[in-house]
Design a protein around this ligand. Sequence first.
Ligand code: SAH
Length: 361
Amino acid sequence: MVNLLDYDLDGLTELFAQMGEKPFRARQVFRWIHQAGVADFAAMSDLAKSLREKLAAVAVVSPPVCRTEQNASDGVRKWMLEVGSGNSVETVFIPEETRGTLCVSSQVGCALDCAFCSTARQGFNRNLSVAEIIGQLWWADRALGREPGGERIISNVVMMGMGEPLANFDNVVSALHVMLDDHAYGLSRRRVTVSTSGLVPAMDRLSQECPVALAVSLHAPNDALRDQLVPINRKYPLHELMAACRRYIEFAPRDFVTFEYVMLDGVNDREEHARQLVELVRDVPCKFNLIPFNPFPDSGFDRASNNSIARFRAILQDAGLVVTTRKTRGDDIDAACGQLVGKVLDKTRRQEKRITIHHTK
Ligand code: SAH
């Protein structure tokens, strides 16, 4: 059985060709699945009965199964989706006045080990399949009650859930193609954002294969500090990352990169850090998104004070940078940035190692 959620339109067309079916049939089925949200071939009423039967014999439309749903007091909704072997990932919907954003996960756990992220604590289990990535949008669209052909509730997608999207490149790009496809969700490239901790070669590939809006998790203004907070920096240090951002902008749907910067009390929130940042991004067209740190048990970090965030912000703004401070949303259900954990059976046994280190100290 093949899962049709695993295919973008090109892939589905090819699959249909192998079955002796015309490209427009693939398009029809693709629209049933993603626009009408239909998983049952029998309900695809404008397909020949013979094709429906043929499909039912070899294929399924199988999204990840939703295990729990939580609703925060501010309208944020979070779903925990089962992805097999006792693992699960989380997807978050964030309603705002002028848009509705879905925050999508790309991996079960994460291998990058950023110091302040709770997903990192779970270690890495595996990449999500295309079906599991696009299945989050498919699921949320239905759970939010969108009628086929009705008004769009999810207007934006950010790949800012669990995992490093560019470390699961091929599956993420196929899923992005489905998000952008007019026969599916029809989102514009500027309304779909990939957030990366800075995998430089994959940023270049993305600029060629599917240049959507880019956010980069910066979090530190110099290599010494970034090496500690975002360990992938040891492989792709800041000067390489800045050069990659400049290259990306040539192909990007927006004329800037968004730098995310988590505000950690006493760690990266000093005035000198802000001044270093201004120097660092001097030739990179960018906007800043300051994220007040969202705590989780034993994180070892505290949220920067509102005062230091305001001071930090003022220094960047005085230097002519555009800065927003991310509003914390959904924190009463642990749905805020960096709080997504799902359930991950850690193949790296990182949590165990941490405990051991702790005990032998
Ligand atoms: N791996 C990708 C996608 C994760 S996006 C990336 O690193 O960009 C989630 C954003 O939230 C990233 O900028 C991440 O660094 C940030 N984040 C992680 N933990 C956080 C926490 N505890 N509080 C606030 N932001 C956090």
